[in-house]
Design a protein around this ligand. Sequence first.
Ligand code: FSO
Ligand code: SF4
Length: 546
Amino acid sequence: MFCYQCQEASHGLGCEVKGVCGKTPEVSALQDLLIYQLKGLSHYTTALRVLKIENTEANKFITDSLFMTITNANFDYSRFVARIREGFLLRTQLKATLLQHNVELPLTELLSWSAITSVEMEEIAQYNGVLATENEDIRSLRELVIYGLKGMAAYVEHASNLGYADNETDAFIQRALVATTDDNLSGEELTALVLETGKMGVQVMALLDKANTTSYGNPEITKVNLGVRSNPGILISGHDLKDMEELLRQTEGTGVDVYTHSEMLPANYYPAFKKYTHFVGNYGGAWWSQVTDFETFNGVVLFTTNCIVPPRKSATYVDRVYTTGSSGFPGFKHIAGGEEGKPKDFSALIKHALSFASPTEIETGEIIGGFAHAQVFALADKIVDAVKSGAIRKFFVMAGCDGRMKGRSYYTDFATKLPKDTVILTAGCAKYRYNKLPLGDIGGIPRVLDAGQCNDSYSLVMIALKLKEVFELNDINELPIAYNIAWYEQKAVIVLLALLYLGVKNIHLGPTLPAFLSPNVAKVLVDNFGIAPIGSVDEDMKLFLN
Ligand code: FSO
Ligand code: SF4
């Protein structure tokens, strides 16, 4: 196997024996093959699009499959085998439709390979993974695009679950997948595609923002309870708000309480969810703390997306964990999607939850959040006054992901050492490094403003653009905002590409730079965008404050 798509890539180079994330070489091979298959399918869908034929089944297959290969989303070998088989059927169907219009694509290996058994699949995968592209710069650019597409696909799926779809995104994703198979594209052309991916990332995040806020209202300032009650509970993790809604609906009146974990915390900020009295609050920390949080939670857990950590051998919670959507893990029970237009059925999970005791309390108190764009715009006068009076000297965007790496204590130390006249703008699970610290407020404005999930980084951009307008600046980079972003997986890649597309410069990226950036590609990012790795807390603090 070879995989270098996330921040945990072994030795900062790539995982070759087994994923640091727990991905087996076999699953890694099937993920590679699925991506290879998606590239082939995209040749067909792109050719069909020229004929003005849109295949919604193929569009969904491609985005959902990309999502399945995101780090920590799906470890279930059998689900990938089934998917690839489904892909073959789809390919036959797409090919036949093209033929009906007298179009036949040349049957290259990419468009004609087949595999019946899983062993054959693994064999074919050996020659079609990341390393199949020999030139390391071309490989780096191709993978940068593909990882951006994976992140984008996750957001597309969430939006589409709420009934918001746009064919332009599908067309782009598929065109870009085709481009990664084109040996005639130069480094410059692929670099342009990277930026175009960022542009589409902005569009997709805007669409998801619209889907979330139209469906559930604008996030508002909220004190989220961290303690527990005495009923049995369900802990919901991941990012899918439609699943959140369905779970709250179906648990109402059953005597089961609902708590959020990790990236589902921002669900607490939405008006539509607040009306449920059995929605208690948040339990535990960032994704990687699940190995202890799920033990003490005592109840049933539902993963709607990544990040799943393979349970330790001693884990006692395996039989009470469920997955849905693109997520999966062998040994966890999977709840498939409802038929078109019908809600998912969570009744088995709810019944299961009733057989458990209440969660063990691991902390008490509250955290505050809900500072997405509409809420911050409502406070704009106050914030602008604070900047003008000098009460707020600088904002620090510290969005992105958390992770298990020891070096991530940098972010806790950085937040702690920031001067009292600075404010942190955050989104994504990176916030767990400092969101429970007593960092205080500036004239009633909390020093940590949490906009929501990683995709709500879009809100942070909206806030920056609003401030630019208020202060009548020409360039977003003239604002007193520094970017010190933590990344982990491919959703952070699309967020980063979106920021680059919007012209944000001098982003510091940590805890380490991506292994998939070749020295030359990294140089392009450094030279054109001022991207830099993090240093020591004290050095960086000095740099940012000057
Ligand atoms: Fe975190 Fe995981 Fe949201 Fe990611 S829970 S790491 S960038 O999936 O998507 O922030
Ligand atoms: Fe390694 Fe990350 Fe790939 Fe997992 S997703 S195999 S940790 S690079």
